[in-house]
Design a protein around this ligand. Structure first.
Ligand SMILES: N[C@@H](CCC(=O)N[C@@H](CS)C(=O)NCC(=O)O)C(=O)O
Length: 233
């Protein structure tokens, strides 16, 4: 059976890793059987989670995992025309390559309270000394990524301002639709759920979360996907 390697579940959401949540959501939307192996990214093929193992294939990065799932199991994007597929890709880039980084800033840098919550969720199972070493190592690493992306060079209010523009765009794009691109779930819904539940549905407080919670359609989307596909949580 396909094995999904991801962070331990916490916070009452599928995963605190946006991308792990995206893949598990795709698997459930596509009705693909899988088992979960909780882990840290140390053994991941590209040093990041999620990764999967299936039929002697070990694959990292959510994009490549979804290419694999589409080719070998089910392609949720089959009904989409070329223009819808282009929009899907553009929105995924917005969610995963921009809004994601604003949420990472909120977790790893914005306030000490957020950092403590994040640290406990990821490293809390480790013995105290190892926990502190691992948390410091990963915090330095992620903070360099946030700076390297570019978003970490802005002031907090600037980061939240541009993150809120993403949220406005996502909310306007969804409108009153059940799913982003029609009557059936597609990859974009899995991606959006992974990023949005980790923005407005987790215990990391920030102006970004508050802004997300001001959008009823996004709250309804996240609530609907969670209860439809993760009723066991
Ligand atoms: N582009 C990757 C991003 C995956 C990613 O950033 N994963 C994070 C967890 S949300 C991670 O494992 N980070 C550990 C690190 O960068 O060392 C994907 O789509 O899978």
């Amino acid at each position: 059976m396909l094995r999904l390697y991801q962070l331990e579940r916490t916070w009452g959401i599928p995963n605190l890793s946006h991308f792990c949540c995206k893949i598990e959501t795709y698997l459930r939307m596509a009705d693909i059987e899988y088992e979960i192996k909780p882990t840290l990214p140390l053994t991941a093929p590209k040093g990041k989670l999620p990764y999967i193992e299936d039929n002697h294939t070990k694959l990292g990065d959510s994009q490549f995992i979804i290419h694999y799932l589409k080719a070998n199991y089910k392609n949720l994007d089959e009904p989409l025309n070329n223009k819808e597929q282009a929009l899907s890709l553009a929105m995924q880039r917005l969610l995963e390559e921009h809004l994601y980084w604003a949420t990472m800033y909120s977790r790893w840098q914005y306030t000490d309270a957020n950092w403590q919550i994040n640290k406990k969720a990821i490293f809390g199972v480790m013995p105290p000394v190892i926990r502190d070493i691992a948390a410091t190592y990963f915090r330095n690493k992620i903070n360099k990524q946030i700076y390297g992306h570019g978003i970490g060079r802005h002031k907090p209010e600037e980061i939240f301002k541009i993150g809120m523009l993403d949220i406005d765009a996502i909310s306007d794009f969804l409108g009153e639709n059940k799913y982003f691109l029609g009557e059936k779930p597609s990859t974009l819904d899995a991606s959006a759920f992974g990023i949005l539940i980790n923005t407005l549905g987790c215990p990391i407080e920030s102006p970004l979360k508050d802004h997300g919670l001001s959008k009823n359609n996004l709250i309804n989307f996240v609530t609907r996907i969670k209860s439809r596909y993760f009723s066991d949580l």
